[in-house]
Design a protein around this ligand. Sequence first.
Ligand SMILES: CC(C)(COP(=O)(O)OP(=O)(O)OC[C@H]1O[C@@H](n2cnc3c(N)ncnc32)[C@H](O)[C@@H]1OP(=O)(O)O)[C@@H](O)C(=O)NCCC(=O)NCCS
Length: 176
Amino acid sequence: MIVRAQRADDYEAIRHVYLEAFRRPRFRPPRSPGSVPPEVPLFEALWEHGDAIPGLSFTALVDAAVVGHVTASRATVGADPVVALGPIGVLPAHQGAGIGSALVDALLAAADAADVPLVGLLGAPDYYRRFGFRPSAELGVLAPEPGWGDAFQVRLLNAYRASVVGPFRYAPAFAS
Ligand SMILES: CC(C)(COP(=O)(O)OP(=O)(O)OC[C@H]1O[C@@H](n2cnc3c(N)ncnc32)[C@H](O)[C@@H]1OP(=O)(O)O)[C@@H](O)C(=O)NCCC(=O)NCCS
């Protein structure tokens, strides 16, 4: 398995990964076969609006075929630029083999090297805790929706300062 920075010509393969990964998620009820999961138009809108960050988004390949992807996008906490993680997906046949973990690690390492203070996401605490994510409320970062509770998490990086507090705002694509 290789994880490398996303390339523009990965677009269709990444879209396929999100379609299949979120159509049959392991930890949620499956969606109906013909439906397009909302993570697919979210991914499309982030790319089209220029809010996805190519240098911090990563593609995983097995035998030269795209099997996973993680999207980094522009976000803010108060006036400070930060990064949002998501969507992230791995083709069902390749899940549970460490590919998702490698994608999260790659994004966090690249964001740290780029002096990003923190990365935020909405996801299962049982999965993201292992990467150092903590409920954002513990750190004074307010989730976009108060009802998200501990599922909205942040990972502090080396450039973090205690002054990075306030409401977390995703790129506009997340609103729809
Ligand atoms: C979540 C996802 C990206 C993880 O990728 P992966 O390659 O399967 O992950 P890894 O192999 O690195 O890690 C697998 C571990 O994560 C756990 N895990 C994965 N998703 C989890 C979840 N939502 N809640 C709790 N644990 C989860 C697995 O139980 C497994 O645990 P183990 O290491 O103790 O066996 C992948 O399962 C996926 O695409 N799922 C469908 C789409 C999705 O739900 N995306 C995340 C939205 S926040």
